[in-house]
Design a binder for this molecule. Structure first.
Ligand code: AMP
Length: 164
C-alpha cells in the first residue's frame, strides 16, 4: 500500500508515499497497533512533521498519552527551540514550543513515517533532549536501510515495521 514516486522532490529520490496505507482503515489500524507496541512505556509521543503528526496522534491515543508536534521551521509562534539538519534532499529546521509545555524528565518516543538518512530524527532527538526530555526510542513505518539512518542516530533504539 505504498506508492513509489521517482525523482520527487528532487532528482534521484525515490519517494515513498504512505497515503494509500493511511487512508485504509485496516492498514491504519495495523500500523497504529504496531507502532504503539514499540512505543509502550512512553509518557509522550513526538510526531515529526508532517506524516508523523497523523501517526503520532493515532499512537498516542492508543497508548492513552499525549502528543507533541515537532514542526518544520517557521510554523510556530515564538518562543521556540530549534535545530537545523541535513535532509536526503536539502536542509531544514525543526522547532518545538519553548513555552506552554514542559517536557523535562518525560519519556518520549518519536514517531515518523519514513527513516531515510536519519537527519530529521537526529535533529528531533537533539531538540527534545535539549529541552530535558528522555528520548527512549523511535518508531517508523518504513526504513530505507541503504541510507543508514539507524546508524546516524545510534545508540537510539529504532523500531521499523518494514525495511527496504
Ligand atoms: P531523513 O532525515 O533523511 O531520515 O528523512 C526523513 C524525513 O523525510 C521523514 O520525515 C520522511 O517523511 C521524509 N523522507 C525522506 N526521504 C523520503 C523518501 N524517500 N520517501 C518518503 N519520505 C521521505
Amino acid at each position: 500500500m505504498t506508492r513509489e514516486v521517482a525523482d520527487f522532490p528532487e532528482p534521484g529520490v525515490q519517494f515513498k508515499d504512505l497515503t494509500p496505507l493511511l487512508a485504509d482503515a485496516a492498514g491504519l489500524c495495523a500500523v497504529t497497533d504496531a507502532l504503539a507496541a514499540s512505543a509502550a512505556g512512553a509518557d509522550l509521543v513526538a510526531g515529526l512533521d508532517a506524516r508523523g503528526f497523523l501517526l503520532g496522534a493515532a499512537v498516542a491515543t492508543r497508548l492513552g498519552i499525549g502528543v507533541l508536534a515537532v514542526r518544520k521551521g517557521g510554523k510556530l509562534p515564538p518562543p521556540v527551540h530549534s535545530a537545523t539538519y541535513q535532509l536526503e534532499y536539502g536542509t531544514a529546521t525543526l522547532e518545538i514550543p519553548a513555552e506552554g509545555i514542559d517536557i523535562a524528565g518525560r519519556d518520549v518516543v518519536i514517531i515518523d513515517d519514513v527513516l531515510a538518512t536519519g537527519g530529521t530524527l537526529g535533529a528531533a532527538v537533539k531538540l527534545l533532549t535539549a529541552s530535558g526530555a528522555r528520548v527512549t526510542g523511535a518508531a517508523v513505518v518504513l526504513e530505507l536501510t541503504e541510507l543508514r539512518g539507524r546508524g546516524a542516530v545510534a545508540p537510539l533504539p529504532v523500531s521499523s515495521l518494514h525495511t527496504v
